[in-house]
Design a protein around this ligand. Structure first.
Ligand code: UD2
Ligand code: MN
Length: 578
């Protein structure tokens, strides 16, 4: 096997050494082709700011016309691709404004019915065949918003009203966190007054999402409360599976399976039951997604069983109302945005609850292209409070992160610490051991973070289950999150979730395979001094190679180790977690 890799490698090695000048050329060429293709498709990209020529062209070519959405825009969850060349000035401005104010394409949202249909669910049968008990508890849905696009907010509301069994939906409480947009005032009141079940509660000053949810909670009359962001779409059958799990035990806190609604086109991008994700966190105390881990896969008996989730994203969850109070709801000392989701997640697990993702409950959410709140000190305060109350000795890993850890504004957390004592919660060490045993400790890591080749300016990513090479400048253009790879002491795999680096015998390419934990072709060594990634069983080194067939033009292969070869040099940064 190894010999096979050898022969193949030797034959093609020469072509895989790419002179830097050529890379630069290739890159320029590639960038110009991509943008041409994009223009051809006339999709709304991450919108360029409206340049004068852009506007003028639009006016000249489409004097009285403007772009009109196709009939049935967005139905079945399809995306709406705007033809930017047909937009008139007002439309361009409106579109640009939408991105600025909301971080998504309001123009497209406005073009889509507030009652639009969603695609039929994958694996629908498996979910449909579940019989839920007849005595499910009822629910109050709390939707908080701050300066939300009206159409997105109302589509959220209608998706709840249209797709929840009436006897299970007690009320919908909208909480206006002191918005200052005219149509969210009297016109909204007027609109919802005709819907029944829906009421608007208004904060008298900007509270931030944590206290806004608490304000909504005070108006909740049902047994359970379901929180949603103001840009969601609930799919058929979303509510029953959540309530059913809570009915079994009031300490079950549940989140739906969240599908992404595209911020440019509003396409509802459905994932299927074999590709389930749950929540984890990074040591900078930010939430991240991870594939369901092998141990949890083994524990579950069917594809529709609840999946234990170490953390939640935060915006969409259902909880027994009294249990939420018992857990001390949120930390009211947290401001505006962030951190509350991990605080609640840790608290649920550490204080004897469970947090699960329910695969048969499907809800879409618009992941914004940018955050409209600016980056303030709020999140730093929230995270410092979170660490002070819940992390015990593990705080040091967070506090080492000077970028995230800013202790100045923590304030008084004694009440939260008292709450933790009163509830007799487990330690954070217990959480790590029982809930997230897969989580690395910075101290156990040989290396962690992005793997980049600085000379060629590329990084190695996991994309749709495959290894791919991304040019770093392009990442920004597509706002792509670079993959962070890990390697532990004593376990010489390079992995992300349950995917490990491996060698393809036939092509000598570096590929991703499910980790098998048996060493062999999944064993690697990293030499930080040489910046070399070494494959043990073949004795070869990881090298960047050109491949015109691939979108990005590069792949990674195994090749004879050659110290002087810059395409074999890989920097594995240990930040930002250490
Ligand atoms: C995620 C959560 C979000 C929240 C946040 C961390 C999901 C899908 N979303 O970010 O719910 O947990 O992480 O804190 O899990 N809002 C206010 N007042 C404010 C700011 C926001 O009412 O001062 C509303 C906003 O209109 C929206 C909700 O809070 O309905 C969440 O805000 P987001 O959508 O900007 O947060 P997101 O989805 O990026
Ligand atoms: Mn959101």
């Amino acid at each position: 096997n190894i010999r096979h890799v050898d022969t193949h490698e030797r034959r093609s090695t020469d072509h895989k050494d790419i002179p830097p000048q050529q890379i630069a050329r290739t890159e320029r060429f590639r960038q110009s082709t991509v943008s041409k293709q994009e223009r051809k498709k006339s999709l709304v990209g991450p919108t360029p700011s409206i340049s004068k020529s852009n506007v003028d062209n639009a006016v000249v070519h489409n004097a009285n016309l403007g772009w009109k959405p196709p009939p049935n825009a967005g139905e079945n969850g399809t995306g709406v691709a705007m033809v930017t060349s047909q937009l008139i000035r007002e439309q361009l401005i409106q579109m640009e404004d939408g991105y600025k104010k909301y971080g998504f394409n309001e123009f497209v949202s406005n073009a889509i019915s507030l009652h639009r249909s969603l695609p039929p669910r994958y694996n629908e049968q498996e979910c449909r065949s579940i019989q839920y008990r007849s005595d499910l508890p009822d629910a109050s849905v709390v939707i908080i918003f701050y300066n939300e696009a009206l159409s997105a907010l109302l589509r959220t509301v209608h998706s709840v009203l249209d797709r929840s069994p009436p006897h299970l939906l007690r009320q919908v409480v909208l909480v206006d966190d002191f918005s200052n947009l005219a149509d969210l005032g009297a016109p909204l009141d007027d609109y919802v007054s005709r819907l029944g079940k829906v009421s608007v509660v208004r904060a008298t000053s900007r509270e931030g999402l944590i206290r806004a949810r608490l304000l909504g909670l005070r108006h909740v009359t049902a047994t359970t409360v379901v929180f949603l962001d103001s840009h969601c779409e609930c799919a058929e059958g979303w509510l029953e599976p959540l309530l059913s799990r809570i009915a079994e035990n009031a300490s079950h806190v549940v989140v739906p399976r969240i599908h992404s609604i595209d911020s440019k086109t509003f396409e509802y991008k459905q994932t299927n039951l074999d590709k389930l994700y749950v929540g984890t966190f990074q040591w900078n105390l930010l939430f991240s997604w991870m594939p369901v881990q092998p141990a949890e896969k083994r524990r579950r008996k069917s594809s529709v069983d609840p999946v234990r989730s170490p953390t939640m994203a935060g915006g969409l969850f259902a909880i027994d109302r009294d249990y939420f109070y018992k857990l001390g709801t949120y930390d009211p000392g947290m401001k505006i945005w962030g951190g509350e989701n991990l605080e609640l997640s840790f608290k649920i697990w550490m204080c004897d609850g469970t947090l699960e993702m329910i695969p048969c409950s499907n809800v879409g959410h618009v992941f914004r292209s940018r955050s409209p709140y600016g980056s303030g000190n709020n999140i730093a305060t929230n995270l410092a409070r979170l660490a002070a109350v819940w992390l015990d000795d593990y705080r040091v890993y967070f506090e080492q992160d000077k970028f995230s850890y800013k202790p100045e504004n923590v304030g008084d957390v004694s009440e939260r610490q008292e709450l933790r004592r009163r509830l007799k919660c487990h330690s954070f060490g217990w959480y790590m051991k029982h809930v997230l045993p897969e989580k690395y400790l910075p101290a156990d890591l040989v290396a962690h973070g992005q793997i980049t080749n600085k000379l060629y300016n590329v990084t190695i990513n996991m994309f749709a289950g495959n290894l791919s090479v991304t040019i770093i400048n392009d990442e920004k253009r597509f706002s792509y999150m670079p993959t962070e790879w890990s390697m532990y002491i004593g376990q010489a795999t390079i992995f992300r979730g349950d995917y490990c680096w491996d060698a393809d015998q036939a092509t000598a390419a570096v590929v991703l395979q499910k980790c098998h934990d048996n060493g062999g072709s999944q064993t690697w060594t990293y030499f930080p001094g040489l910046q070399r990634l070494h494959h043990l069983s073949s004795g070869r080194c990881v090298q960047l190679a050109e491949d015109a067939k691939l979108a990005q033009g590069f792949k990674v292969v195994l090749s004879l180790c050659n110290h002087g070869n810059p395409s074999q040099r890989w920097l594995w940064d240990k930040s930002p977690v250490l």
